[in-house]
Every structure is written in structure tokens, then in C-alpha cells.
Design a protein around this ligand. Structure first.
Ligand code: CP
Length: 317
């Protein structure tokens, strides 16, 4: 595997899930693969889970790991070509990428959407430059429009907990005080559409996602109706995608918060969220602390999704 930025890069999902199960069964079985190989993780944005789980995954594979927080101690990086660099950005990505690549074998990049210019965000300008100019395998640790390591972990988790061959999975928008990217919901939708699950998306009007990611999912504007008979509730906030409101918060209506009353409409559904989560905005204390909440095993599976992807990248070096 030379790059991992979307579900298309993982190939057959059944094969990927079987490989993930193999990794999970004995996560130290492939330690020779990473011997004397170095992973560089580059963060343009904050992280808890991605950083720790990916580092742990690399260590399980015997790799050395170096981490760069671009906003803490590194030169500020210019990402646009043609800019007169007379401001506070001292280094251009076009020099920084090959320099960083010279110190490692595989690169992971986290670079969120700016939520100002939709075209720039949806062209994935930052990670695409790493893919083009590094000469190294590159994987997304959440880019502007997708978070595939999260979605792969979500899929692994659903497969582990499902009790029906074709579960009903509902992704619900929920309120949040700040504008968040569409990367997680886009990506989750993309991965769910690659399965044969019964997949439903519910959100207030105005929060329609890019049709490319919605695909064949059913969109239901009545959240309570969407929850009926669900086996999994996947909560997430996102800012508006549609123009002229791209990147804006249109509602913080707490009537969309996932609570016990709404969970009672489901078929005893499991509750999922990628974390970090704002309690009593996205989900009530009662729901996230309930025995049907699987947010912790979901986060734990981030190690497995990262290790499966890194294993494939190491095998292709
Ligand atoms: N879910 C997730 O990516 O968490 P972090 O932002 O903490 O990495």
C-alpha cells in the first residue's frame, strides 16, 4: 500500500477486516516488518487518540517513531505556491516535505480543513502535496475531508458488536458550539456505503453533506424516526457543507442531543462517537456512560486500524 487516504485504498473490506482480526489476535506477531524502519507523524492539528494509537501501532510492528507538532517548535509552514513569503511563515512545504521524507520510511499527516475555502479543503491541498513530493508512502491521520483510520476502526467495532448480518447504522448530527470539519461524517458515510449495512443519515436541514459521500444512504430529517429500530447510533457534529454557509454553525439546538429517550426508540442500539466528545451537547452523561456505549472499545480499535495500514505499507516498501 503506497497511500491511505480513503476507503478506496484499503481494497476488499472483508480481507481488510480479516487482516485486522489477525493483528488484534497477536499484535506483536509482525515485529520484524518494522525493524530499522521509521515512521514520521506530522501534526498540523491537535490529537490524543490518533497520536497515541498510531505510535503504539508502529511500536507493535517494531518501528522507530518520530513526531512533529508543526505548531509547537517547528518553523511555520507556507502551503501555497506563489506566495511572497514576507509574513510569519519561514519555510515552504515544498522544501520541508522532501527534507522530512529524508528522515523516514513512512509518513502520517494530520491536517484539518480550514473551513474558509471549500475548494481548497476539498482539493486536500496539504496531504496531496505530501503524496506528490515526499516519495514515501503517506497515510491520513485525518485530512480536510476524510478520517479513514477512524472509519476503519469504526467498521472493525461494528463488526465485533453486531448481532445481525445487516445491522441498521444511523449517523446523527448533534450540536456543538464550534464549527467542526465534515471529515469524520464524510469518511464514516463513505465506509458504511462500502458495506451492505442499512445506513441512514439524520441531520437538521442545512447540514446536507457532499452528495459524493452521502452516496446511497437514506437521509431522514426527523431524528426520532431515523432512530427507530437502529442497532448502532453514530453521533457526530459537523459544520455546514452547502454554499453559502460552508464551514458555518447553523444550529446548536440541543433537541438533537442524543439522550436516553431517543435511544429508547432504537433496537437497544450501541452508542458510538469518535471522541473527543462534548457531553450534554452531543450526548448526555447517561447515554455515554451506559452499558450500550462502546466509545472506549471503538477508540481502542484505532490501534488496530493503524497497525493494519502500517503493516500493509511496510510489506510494500
Ligand atoms: N478520534 C480522533 O481522531 O481523536 P483525536 O483527535 O484525539 O486524534
Amino acid at each position: 500500500m503506497k497511500k491511505f487516504t480513503s476507503v478506496a485504498d484499503i481494497g476488499d473490506l472483508k480481507i481488510a477486516l480479516a487482516e485486522a482480526a489477525l493483528v488484534k489476535n497477536d499484535r506483536f506477531a509482525f515485529q520484524e516488518l518494522g525493524k530499522n524502519k521509521t515512521l514520521l507523524m506530522i501534526f498540523f492539528n491537535s490529537s490524543l487518540r490518533t497520536r497515541l494509537s498510531t505510535q503504539k501501532a508502529a511500536m507493535n510492528l517494531g518501528m522507530n517513531v518520530i513526531v512533529l507538532d508543526v505548531n509547537q517548535g517547528a518553523w511555520k509552514l507556507e502551503t501555497e505556491r506563489g506566495v511572497i513569503m514576507d509574513g510569519d511563515k519561514a519555510e515552504h512545504l515544498l522544501e520541508a516535505i522532501p527534507v522530512m521524507a529524508s528522515y523516514c520510511d513512512i509518513i502520517g499527516v494530520r491536517s484539518f480543513a480550514g473551513l474558509v475555502n471549500k475548494k481548497d479543503d476539498y482539493e486536500e491541498k496539504v496531504i496531496e502535496q505530501f503524496i506528490r513530493y515526499s516519495g514515501r508512502p503517506v497515510f491520513s491521520m485525518e485530512a480536510a475531508t476524510r478520517h479513514p483510520l477512524q472509519s476503519f476502526a469504526d467498521l472493525i467495532t461494528i463488526e465485533e458488536y453486531k448481532t445481525k448480518e445487516r445491522p441498521k447504522v444511523v449517523m446523527t448530527w448533534a450540536p456543538h458550539p464550534k464549527a467542526l470539519p465534515q471529515a469524520v461524517p464524510n469518511s464514516f458515510a463513505e465506509w458504511m456505503n462500502a458495506t451492505d449495512y442499512d445506513f441512514v443519515i439524520t441531520h437538521p436541514e442545512g447540514y446536507e453533506l457532499d452528495p459524493k459521500f452521502v452516496g446511497n444512504a437514506r437521509v431522514e430529517y426527523d431524528q426520532r424516526k431515523a432512530f427507530e429500530g437502529a442497532d448502532f447510533i453514530y453521533a457526530k457534529n459537523w459544520s455546514a457543507y452547502a454554499d453559502p454557509n460552508y464551514g458555518k454553525v447553523l444550529s446548536t439546538d440541543r433537541d438533537w442531543t442524543v439522550d436516553t429517550e431517543k435511544m429508547a426508540l432504537t433496537d437497544n442500539a450501541f452508542f458510538m462517537h469518535c471522541l473527543p466528545v462534548r457531553r450534554n451537547m452531543i450526548v448526555t452523561d447517561d447515554v455515554i456512560e451506559s452499558e450500550r456505549s462502546i466509545v472506549i472499545p471503538e477508540a481502542a480499535n484505532r490501534e488496530i486500524s493503524a497497525q493494519t495500514v502500517l503493516k500493509r505499507m511496510l510489506e510494500a516498501l
